[in-house]
Design a binder for this molecule. Structure first.
Ligand SMILES: Cc1ncc(C[n+]2csc(CCOP(=O)(O)OP(=O)(O)O)c2C)c(N)n1
Length: 275
C-alpha cells in the first residue's frame, strides 16, 4: 500500500512528466498528445511505484518488463525512462529526429529501457505473453506489464493474445487498458463500440479491475491487487480522459494525433503550473 506521502510524490511526478511530454512534442512538431497525457498516472504508477527495474542495470534478467502496445503513445514512455535515469533528459529533444533512438513509435533498445518495438496495434499482448511464458520456463519471478488502448482492442490479434494469457493462466501478466473512449478519428462508440470490455475480458479468463485511471490512489491500489492474483492474468480497465491535465485538450478526438501550437503550449504549461 502506498503512503500518503508516496501518493503525493507520484502525483507531482505525473504533473512534471505531463509538462515534459508537451515540451518534447511541441519541439518535435509531430506526434500524439492526447493519449500520453491521459495515461500518465498509470505510467508513473508503473515506473515509480510498482515495477522492479534499475536504470543502472537495465538488462537485469530479473527486471519487470513493460510493453507499450499502443506504441503511438511513446512520449509517455520516454519521459518516464528519462526521469528514471535510462538516458539524459536532453535526449527528449530528439523525439522523431532521423537517427534518434526516440522515434515516434518505440524502437527496441533494452539498454535504454525500451523493451520492444511497437506501434502496429494489436501485437503487444502476445509479445508480453511470450515474455511471461519465458519467465515461467526460466523459473524467474519477474512480472510483465503492458499498456493497451480502446482503439487497439479493435484488432483481432489483441483477443488472440487475451485468449492465450487466460489459457496459460499467466498470473505474472498485468495490463492496463486505457479506456478513454477515443480513437484516431472520433469516439469508439460511433466508430466501433468496444463495450462491454470488462465482461469480454472476464470471458477470456482475466481478472479484471475497473478504475478511474486518472486517480493515482486507484492506480496504485489496482497494481497492488494485481500482484496478489493467482492463476489468471489481470487487466486493469482504466477510464481516463484523453488530454488529461490540459482543459482545452481533454476528451477532444482532435488531440489524438496533433502537437500543441505555440499558443496552446503556453496555455497548457500555465495550467500545469510550469512557472
Ligand atoms: C495495426 C494498426 N492499424 C492502424 C494503426 C494507426 N493508428 C494509430 S493510433 C490509432 C488509434 C488507436 O486508438 P487509441 O489508441 O485508443 O487512441 P488514443 O486513445 O491514443 O487517442 C490507429 C488506428 C496502427 N498504429 N496499427
Amino acid at each position: 500500500m502506498a503512503s500518503t506521502e508516496k501518493i503525493a510524490e507520484l502525483k507531482e511526478i505525473t504533473r512534471q512528466l505531463r509538462i515534459d511530454v508537451l515540451k518534447m512534442l511541441h519541439h518535435a512538431g509531430s506526434g500524439h498528445t492526447g493519449g500520453p497525457l491521459g495515461m500518465m498516472e498509470m505510467m508513473v504508477g508503473l515506473y515509480f511505484y510498482k515495477m522492479r527495474h534499475d536504470s543502472k542495470n537495465p538488462e537485469s534478467e530479473d527486471r519487470d518488463r513493460f510493453i507499450l502496445a499502443n506504441g503511438h503513445c511513446a512520449p509517455a514512455l520516454y519521459v518516464c525512462l528519462a526521469r528514471a535515469g535510462y538516458f539524459a533528459k536532453s535526449e527528449l529533444q530528439n523525439l522523431r529526429k532521423l537517427g534518434s533512438a526516440l522515434q515516434g513509435h518505440p524502437k527496441r533498445k533494452p539498454e535504454w529501457g525500451i523493451e520492444m518495438s511497437t506501434g502496429s496495434l494489436g501485437h503487444g499482448c502476445s509479445i508480453a505473453n511470450g515474455i511471461a511464458l519465458g519467465a515461467r520456463l526460466d523459473q524467474r519471478n519477474y512480472r510483465v506489464y503492458s499498456m493497451h488502448s480502446d482503439g487497439e482492442v479493435q484488432e483481432g490479434m489483441f483477443w488472440e493474445g487475451a485468449m492465450t494469457a487466460g489459457h496459460y493462466k499467466l498470473d505474472n501478466r498485468c495490463g492496463f487498458l486505457d479506456y478513454n473512449g477515443i480513437q484516431i478519428d472520433g469516439f469508439n462508440k460511433d466508430i466501433k463500440d468496444v463495450s462491454p470490455l470488462e465482461d469480454k475480458l472476464r470471458a477470456f479468463r482475466w481478472h479484471v479491475i475497473s478504475i478511474d485511471g486518472n486517480q493515482m490512489e486507484e492506480v496504485v491500489d489496482a497494481l497492488d491487487e494485481a500482484e496478489k492474483v493467482k492463476g489468471m492474468p489481470t487487466m486493469i480497465v482504466a477510464r481516463t480522459l484523453l488530454g488529461k491535465g490540459v482543459s482545452i485538450f481533454e476528451n477532444k478526438p482532435k488531440y489524438h494525433g496533433v502537437t500543441p501550437t505555440d499558443e496552446e503550449l503556453k496555455f497548457a504549461l500555465k495550467e500545469l503550473g510550469d512557472v
